[in-house]
Design a protein around this ligand. Sequence first.
Ligand SMILES: Nc1ncnc2c1ncn2[C@@H]1O[C@H](COP(=O)(O)OP(=O)(O)OP(=O)(O)O)[C@@H](O)[C@H]1O
Ligand SMILES: [Mg+2]
Length: 379
Amino acid sequence: MTSPKLDVDRLLLQPKTTIIVCCGSGGVGKTTTAASLGVRAAEHGRRVCVLTIDPARRLAQSLGLEELDNSPREIDGVGREGGALFAMMLDMKRTFDEIVQQHADADRAAQILENPFYQSMSSSFAGTQEYMAMEKLGQLHQEALETGHWDLVIVDTPPSRSALDFLDAPARLGSFLDGRLIRFLLAPARAGGKAYMKVFGGAFSLVTGALNRVLGAQLLNDIQTLVAGLDSVFGGFRERAERTYALLQDPGTAFVVVAAPEPDALREASFFVERLQRDEMPLAGLVLNRVHSTEAKDVSAARAEGAAEELDELGEHALTAALLRLHSDTMRRRDREHHLLGRFSGAHPSVAVATAPALAGDVHDVHGLQVMGDALAGA
Ligand SMILES: Nc1ncnc2c1ncn2[C@@H]1O[C@H](COP(=O)(O)OP(=O)(O)OP(=O)(O)O)[C@@H](O)[C@H]1O
Ligand SMILES: [Mg+2]
């Protein structure tokens, strides 16, 4: 089973593409792929903004992203033919703070920002990073429409075990903040204590009594005031998440699923592809990253191994024997990778694929990104 080829240049260069989302499980090369696509698009005349999330330090340095200033900076010397590259690193807490500041008056914002529960939620609540990445994507897209500084936004997604977290976490955070427990905590403030108690009788005090014991009165009070504050600030987290979700379903959006040629990563990619289809989100294709290959494809693993054994028996040419074994390993790996991709393509015959080779070192500068971009485009 061979997959259709993902035409990376077509994807990058058609003006219709305004958002590209690079998803995939942890460590497969999402950040590297997002940055490579950004460099390539900018060198072919597009004005691109790349949103990276926790890039490796050396990559961040070479892109001039050492400061987390939460807004895109232009990278010198990258764009050609009228193209330009802007890049930024997501500062999750700051993005959250900014939303609060934008939507609340100064006093209320200050109250929320100082709340101890807010402090931990904005920097560590599961799903916050995904939510803020989506939020930032929405902002950058809006900025594109308003300022014309860029016309393509490429987003990297947070490191998580499952690629699906990117799609699920915002709704999960939204439903946590909109959810039943929170409604319950909020209810006295809304209904005006007494009226509420009349309707629900002792149930509320029973629950708050229990929470009080577990959390302590002060903490519970902090949570209640925070949630009341956030609720008025956001006017419904869930609605907000739903709006960004709609942006992801726009025909101008393209998802690129990144995977390493390994069983776990490809299984995750499969789940993700199915989910995108179910949610009617536009999938551009799969990037299979860190693929192994060799120039000496005609020498099979078995033949190389056999020759190495013969040399061993002769007690000569130890170095040649070692190289033959290396070749044999590479061939086995290559065959295994082919087999895994074949299985993926069998299950998803219409999903287009682009591959990038496993490069000798890390990809940590613009040159490395160019090499990777060339490979992805099959150039
Ligand atoms: N084709 C490649 N050849 C060699 N090294 C690569 C290749 N692709 C990525 N790398 C390296 O692998 C490491 C992980 O890549 P990257 O940070 O892009 O993965 P990620 O999916 O963003 O990870 P995380 O889930 O942690 O965010 C980096 O050091 C990167 O330089
Ligand atoms: Mg990353």
